[in-house]
Design a protein around this ligand. Structure first.
Ligand SMILES: [Mn+2]
Length: 321
């Protein structure tokens, strides 16, 4: 029902803008480009696409990604007929884009986050779906849209990345059903796998090897963590993209139950990225004003790294992990 409303809204809109969220991941970018592609081919309309912050280089293979503009390049005085947010759990995640969202004649919010508070005129939210890509694919099928290889590639990438290659606990029978249909359309899983997971830069690999080599282990190796200083980043010319997957590498050790990376930020505060196998680390990060998912959360602590690490360790030790 909601999806047929989307059909009517797109038909009656001349100017459409699609937003992805800040610090974009494969789900928000894949969903944005998939929607762009579907609208272009089925309604013969060109949408604008906006990114709030830098798009990681690995996603440069996504069809239509080169047409995405940075929010700074978009005229804030414009009034769009329709603004659609994809994978944007809360309106703050489009930052300045909110100006354009609030002015739009119509707004749509397509998402899968449990915490999404349905902030648009039309909200298509399915918390049981693995990803926004899966929500969108369902919707396209209900709308009877033609899904071509470009669109399928984007949807597959969205589902693949948000499920950690079909490994995380959001991977359900339905997820494989969607993936199967996308492969039927022509998606080559091994090709997308190579583009997403075997495209690390030499800098990233060497930098992460260094970070792991100085990891510390506590409580019979149940807790694993490493500290990343500004000077480490400088030494390796590493950027934030080089942090991607680092905490997961510490969690992947058989004895690890909780892993975290403490990063010294330019401001002097400490950014904590935490992962677990069993414990609800969202609860631990909430103590420090952060949050996220049960097994993957984060927070920022306004304290120097040594101090922040002490506080985080003390908090972990009060819990059953
Ligand atoms: Mn997502």
């Amino acid at each position: 029902m909601e999806c047929s409303n989307l059909n009517d809204i797109i038909k009656s809109s001349k100017n459409i803008l699609i937003f992805s969220h800040i610090n974009p991941d494969g789900d928000t970018l894949g969903s944005m480009c998939a929607l762009y592609s579907a609208v272009l081919k089925n309604y013969k309309k060109k949408c604008d696409m906006a990114a709030i912050s830098k798009i990681p280089d690995i996603y440069s293979f996504l069809p239509h990604i080169s047409e995405v503009k940075n929010i700074d390049e978009i005229d804030k005085s414009r009034e769009y007929d329709l603004v659609i947010n994809v994978d944007v759990a809360s309106i703050e995640r489009i930052c300045d884009g909110k100006i354009l969202f609030d002015k739009a004649k119509n707004t749509v919010n397509i998402d899968h986050h449990k915490t999404n508070n349905a902030y648009a005129n039309l909200n298509i939210i399915n918390p049981d779906a693995s990803s926004t890509g899966e929500v969108l694919f369902d919707c396209f099928r209900k709308m009877d849209l033609n899904i071509d290889i470009d669109c399928a590639t984007c949807l597959y990438t969205a589902i693949l990345t948000d499920t950690g290659s079909f490994r995380f606990d959001n991977t359900k029978e339905k997820t494989f059903e969607c993936a199967s249909k996308l492969v039927e359309i022509g998606v080559k899983p091994s090709e997308i796998y190579k583009k997403v997971y075997e495209s690390d830069s030499k800098t990233l690999v060497m930098f992460q090897a260094y970070c792991i080599s100085k990891a510390k282990f506590l409580e019979d190796d149940k807790i694993a963590y490493t500290v990343v200083y500004k000077k480490d980043m400088e030494k390796y010319s590493a950027n934030d993209e080089c942090m991607e997957g680092l905490t997961e590498k510490l969690r992947a050790i058989v004895t690890t139950r909780v892993a975290f990376v403490a990063k010294e930020m330019k401001s002097g505060a400490t950014k904590i990225s935490m992962r677990s196998k069993f414990a609800d680390v969202a609860k631990i990060c909430e103590v420090f004003g952060g949050g996220g998912h049960k097994f993957a959360s984060g927070c920022t602590i306004k304290a120097p790294v040594e101090d922040a690490v002490k506080r985080v360790l003390a908090e972990i030790k009060t819990r059953e992990i």
